[in-house]
Design a protein around this ligand. Structure first.
Ligand SMILES: NC(=O)c1ccc[n+]([C@@H]2O[C@H](COP(=O)([O-])OP(=O)(O)OC[C@H]3O[C@@H](n4cnc5c(N)ncnc54)[C@H](OP(=O)(O)O)[C@@H]3O)[C@@H](O)[C@H]2O)c1
Length: 289
């Protein structure tokens, strides 16, 4: 069994982004990422801080737009529109989840597709699913980079993804299919989950339930990618019971230190890509889409 070291790869990606940003800045101002943080979720505070730190490491400017947990949908959308119009902002990230009274799908779709750094607007997801977009949601992109880094064969393999969120499950399924895996998506209504996962050469788990996936879900020699981040009594657990499963698989991601750091590194890469596109396309100002 080999550990898929997401932290190490994330470091390499950030080093490359830093180098590319330095080159970019010879002719343009530094890329700038805006993170919208609606207060009230402790984990979101931690994630946004780590994104700001990564920006500092890579020479990317960042701005955190903090909004009260009591903000209305209209006020949230107004804040997004202000960032769309701000020519100094190249990339916008809406940190999820939002408080239950807010509609995240409506809010995400207020982000200009030109600045949609996590590729979650309907426009950008449409391009992704039709194979036209060069940007993908950061977590899905990070998973693909990890598989490629370790030269894990994807073509012709049976991939099973547990979870069907746009943010993770659906987008990584799409990228796996585009790499010629045969993909099955499972969710909370899937029957006989174990019988499906036991066929998986590559198993991606994005559920949000600590240690749910144990050895009886795993095919001998499978590649296991654990996306889950579950905080319990001050500790972080994945969706996979790592200790229970590790000897049965060929490769496995740890939590922490697996997919999480790659999400942040790909966010840096996407911010730079959007900035370049905006300059190359002459759209480094707000364009209504
Ligand atoms: N590492 C990272 O960078 C990163 C990034 C994003 C998210 N995450 C983590 O990844 C996990 C998933 O995130 P998400 O945003 O995709 O969550 P989500 O939107 O809540 O989706 C969870 C998915 O799991 C499915 N599910 C729930 N219980 C299940 C069960 N017993 N059996 C099979 N499927 C089940 C749900 O099915 P239904 O659709 O039927 O409800 C849903 O599709 C969370 O722990 C989150 O914190 C990590």
């Amino acid at each position: 069994m080999e550990i898929l070291d997401g932290k190490k790869l994330a470091g390499e990606i950030k080093t490359q982004v830093k180098f590319d940003v330095e080159n970019f800045c010879k002719e343009h101002r530094a890329p700038m990422l805006a993170c919208i943080l609606v207060e009230g979720d402790k984990a979101s505070e931690i994630y946004v801080s780590s994104k700001v730190r990564a920006c500092e490491e890579c020479g990317i400017l960042s701005k955190v737009v903090r909004l009260s947990s009591k903000i209305t949908q209209t006020e949230l959308e107004k804040a997004i529109d202000n960032l769309n119009k701000d020519i100094n902002i190249n990339a916008i990230l809406l940190q999820l989840p939002l408080p239950p009274h807010l509609d995240s799908n409506l809010a995400i779709n207020k982000i200009s597709p030109l600045k949609d750094v996590d590729c979650l607007t309907d426009t950008n997801l449409g391009s992704l699913f039709s194979g036209k977009n060069q940007l993908a949601p950061c977590t899905a992109q990070g998973i693909m980079k990890l598989l490629n880094k370790y030269k894990i064969a994807i073509e012709g393999k049976r991939a099973v993804v547990i979870g069907r969120s746009l943010l993770v499950g659906k987008s990584v399924s799409c990228l796996l299919e585009q790499s010629n895996a045969t993909v099955t998506i499972c969710h909370s209504k899937t029957q006989n989950l174990k019988s499906i996962t036991k066929d998986a050469d590559i198993l991606v788990v994005a559920i949000g339930k600590a240690k749910m996936i144990t050895t009886e879900f795993i095919k001998e020699g499978a590649v296991v990618i654990d996306v889950g981040i579950n905080r319990e009594s001050g500790k972080i657990y994945g969706d996979v019971d790592f200790e229970n499963v590790k000897e049965k698989c060929s490769y496995i991601t740890p939590v922490p230190g697996g997919v999480g750091p790659l999400t942040v590194a790909c966010l840096m890469e996407n911010t730079l890509k959007l900035s370049k596109r905006q300059y190359e396309g002459g759209t480094n100002s707000y364009t209504s889409c």
